[in-house]
Design a protein around this ligand. Sequence first.
Ligand code: PBG
Length: 342
Amino acid sequence: MNRTNRARLDIRSVDEITGSRRLRRMRKADWSRRLVQENRLSVDDLIWPIFLTEGEGREEPIAAMPGIFRYSVDLLPKQAERAARLGIPAIATFPNIDMAKRDTTGSAILDPDNLINRATRAIKEAVPEIGVITDVALDPFTDHGHDGILRDGIILNDETVEQIAEAAVLQAAAGADIIAPSDMMDGRVGAIRDALDAAGFQHVAIMSYATKFASAFYGPYREAVGTGGLLKGDKKTYYIDPANTDEALRETEQDLSEGADMVMVKPGLPYLDIVRRIKDTFAVPTFAYQVSGEYAMIKAAAANGWIDGESAMMESLTAFKRAGCDGVLTYFAPQAAERLRS
Ligand code: PBG
């Protein structure tokens, strides 16, 4: 708009309006933008969730997660070496076990040689310096896809807690550095802490999925671990209502009081307000899980040419840092690490 138009519209000059403050000054060049950048993503912030499958020499693509595969145990060392080379601090494992091994109580979680425990041993043997985070929940082991023991239509809390505490000890014995309960049963963090300590695993940490929401964004994960077709009903009786934030704080406080060393918010991007409240309230190591559906959305839009996938990936990961995350579980971990190193 030229001077004459402005006069006609009776608008003050921009310097009068802003009091001569011009926020664009620092945005004018790459060097000044870098200088004032407040949050920076680094490879040290990345945790790589990987899917496991039985058998040998298997690298199975997951349709709803382009670029992501399930790996058989023999192929894990190569993936762990790749992660270590990129500087990724830790891997989180998620098993897709044989359907024949799944039952109503998820009993295969108590097999010391189950897929998740064999995977931990293989990774630790090949790359001892990388952190291994094992998810402890019944859903990949049950024939109904729920995270707990199902009886008469009810997910039994206390029986489930006992079983996952026992499973956590087996995971620690296999070499897991961090146990990550993702089931949302009440009291599981305290029970796992007690069980680990009693078994001499005082040094094994707990990252609790403190605030896990009953979300629609887990769809592709359920395909990846084979629970999608199995799940009867929904998980609303144990995951948090996506409408709630005070409840998320109470869950976090509870898990911390029971002994959680780190807490996680899941899903990620739609729940950054929860991350910020947790970080501001408790000042503890806080993580978020950029879940399968979030990954799929970015990949799908990028594949259609609707967004620039690489930029959206980096922007979304930076948003986690801005919200207060110390780190992010993301399927983009290797790709983001490569990008950060180049
Ligand atoms: C369940 C579990 C879920 C995910 C990991 N462990 C959710 C679910 O199936 O209900 C989701 C991970 C993702 O979507 O990337 N214990």
